[in-house]
Design a protein around this ligand. Structure first.
Ligand SMILES: [Zn+2]
Length: 167
């Protein structure tokens, strides 16, 4: 993860000190404290006819791997809005939120560090896929052919979908 060495407000060299019970970098000139918080990400467990819509990631982290459409929540956006926007951007399809699947912490060693993932179950409304610039590909997977890491994280919701008539 990239670190601040200089104050992003006034460009003074940051110092290390105990602030609110943790070692943090702070600026001795202005009030800036380099708080480290997890980055909020919305993720779409997108389903149609008991098949899961995954993208082949076009950008790091995990470039080239298949996974759920996801992305950072923007200022002014609800997690639900971010989830549906990312799904649309990365796969070209619209969807509707069914429910919250869960909130998970992931530590991305590659770039972003601590991330707070808000995962929703999304019912896909369109058929036609049009992967966006951040995805190399997008397609539907049958439950049996889902990548192991995907089924591991989402085994409860996959089981639920397998047994439900509505999907
Ligand atoms: Zn400063």
């Amino acid at each position: 993860m990239k670190e601040y060495n200089y104050c992003p407000i006034c460009a003074t060299s940051l110092q290390m000190g105990m602030i609110e019970g943790r070692k943090r970098k702070y600026c001795p000139e202005c009030d800036f404290v380099d708080y480290k918080n997890p980055l909020p990400v919305a993720l779409a467990v997108a389903v149609k006819d008991k098949r899961f819509l995954l993208i082949k990631r076009g950008l790091p982290p995990r470039k080239g791997m298949w996974g759920a459409a996801s992305g950072f929540i923007e200022i002014g956006e609800t997690p639900e809005e971010a989830c549906l926007r990312e799904l649309k951007e990365e796969t070209g399809v619209s969807g509707e939120i069914v429910k919250l699947v869960g909130v998970i912490r992931i530590d991305d060693k590659e770039i972003y560090g601590d991330m707070l993932i808000v995962a929703y179950l999304v019912k896909v409304k369109d058929e036609k896929l049009a992967p966006g610039s951040e995805a190399e590909d997008a397609r539907f997977f049958d439950i049996a052919e889902l990548p192991g890491y995907y089924s591991f994280f989402l085994k409860d919701i996959i089981e639920e979908i397998q047994n439900q008539e509505v999907f």
